[in-house]
Design a protein around this ligand. Structure first.
Ligand SMILES: [Zn+2]
Length: 395
């Protein structure tokens, strides 16, 4: 196994008090959606609880984590680098950052198109807000690889060599969160000063989740940021359905604790400070394209026949000409069309669903060639499961 010898320092979501007293959310059009639980490396599974002492920026610290399949999972979705014979985490800030704010990335070949689209949205969002650039890897030694899998997890900071991010089923907001870890951010509610800002209701936390609410002895900068995309959701690890984390003071209007819409102004300020970047001006439009390849297609701007979706408009390139079609005219949305290996107008229910599909209770739902499919597994005395090769189906 490749040696990955460093853990990043603990960095909270907020660096400049003036910039983010309450973590104003920048992209806050729809903040009502609030899912109960957040990102999990191994959803629904229980690992062996283990302890280790790691060398943090504030000195040695003991951490509890769950061991799954030889991996050390901390706070649900952070993979710790298990050194030999103990965890090690030496390293300075600079060592765990991505040089010049450039993150080489690769998609595993099995990663579905819908996941690629969400992850690309996540990379573009970080790029637009902070100027961090994501470039398709050629031969860089250090890079992230987005790999399919049931869960959502990432290591923290640049680890050296190939490091895996699982974000296939966390949607764009969850992918932003996992990328935040890879950029060097830990969970906001792990800050040593968090008890001044949030109350942890230990009696409501499921026994297997209690170790995920320990504090981490790391570096803290800036004000506590309730709106950080790195903050736990209120119902995290709850076994009573009641909140396990509640704020000790009223949140500013528009601030949602545990939101996964976009990095907060505090998250942005932290990344800008860490990487010594200047926020891209809105007047300049988006920052550099996350995948700046030469443009062989003239007016198509790098777009190929597979195309892309811009809301409900499908755009693609044909014979060097940019083509567009408004799917709404057909009462449809834009999504992945398996048979044509490209984007096209599809059933609206397929917009966020690819061939891999999902489980909706005991019902398997997926899309094939733009047509929505559904199978009631319970009626056949089966349950809906995810398999490596066939996506979700009844078994
Ligand atoms: Zn996380």
């Amino acid at each position: 196994m490749q040696s990955r010898g460093f853990l990043a320092v603990l960095l909270s979501g907020c660096t400049f008090a003036w910039a983010c007293a309450d973590g104003e959310i920048l992209d806050g059009a729809d903040l009502t959606e609030q899912e109960g639980e957040g990102e999990r490396a191994f959803p629904g599974m229980v690992g062996d609880l283990e302890r280790a002492v790691i060398e943090g920026p504030g000195g040695p610290m003991e951490v509890e984590y769950e061991a799954f399949e030889g991996r050390a999972i901390f706070e649900g979705d952070i993979e710790l680098n298990v050194g030999e014979p103990t965890l090690r985490s030496l390293g300075s800030k600079k060592e765990m950052l991505w040089k010049d704010g450039i993150v080489p990335y690769a998609f595993h070949k099995k990663l579905g198109q819908s996941s690629r689209r969400d992850i690309t949205t996540a990379m573009e969002t970080w790029n637009r807000l902070t100027g961090i650039r994501f470039v398709a890897r050629t031969d860089e030694r250090d890079y992230v690889e987005f790999v399919t899998g049931k869960g959502c997890d990432s290591l923290v900071g640049r680890q050296g060599g190939r490091q895996i991010i699982h974000a296939a089923y966390c949607k764009a907001g969850g992918a932003m969160h996992e990328i935040g870890h890879a950029l060097g951010l830990w969970h906001e509610q792990s800050r040593p000063d968090r008890d001044e800002y949030v109350e942890i209701h230990r009696g409501r936390i499921s026994p297997r989740g209690r170790h995920n609410f320990n504090k981490v002895n790391g570096l803290v900068v800036g004000a506590y940021d309730y709106g950080s995309i790195m903050h736990y959701r209120p119902n995290e690890w709850s076994w009573t359905g009641r909140p396990t984390i509640t704020p000790r003071r009223p949140l500013s209007p528009g601030v949602v604790m545990g939101q996964r819409k976009a990095p907060s102004s505090g998250d942005i300020a932290t990344i800008l400070a860490l990487y010594d970047l200047t926020a891209p001006s809105p007047d300049q439009g988006p920052g550099p394209n996350p995948d700046p390849k030469p443009n062989p297609n003239g007016e198509c701007g790098g777009l190929d026949y597979k195309g892309r979706c811009a809301d409900s408009v499908v755009e693609w390139c044909e014979s060097g000409k940019l083509k567009r079609y408004e799917c709404a005219k057909l009462g449809k949305g834009c999504g992945w069309f398996n048979d044509r290996e490209g984007f096209d107008c599809v059933d609206k229910r397929c917009v966020d669903l690819n061939y891999t599909g999902r489980c909706s209770g005991a019902t398997a739902e997926w899309c094939k060639d733009g047509v929505f499919k559904r199978k009631d597994c319970a009626a056949a005395g089966k349950s809906c499961v995810l398999t490596e090769s066939d996506g979700y189906y009844c078994e």
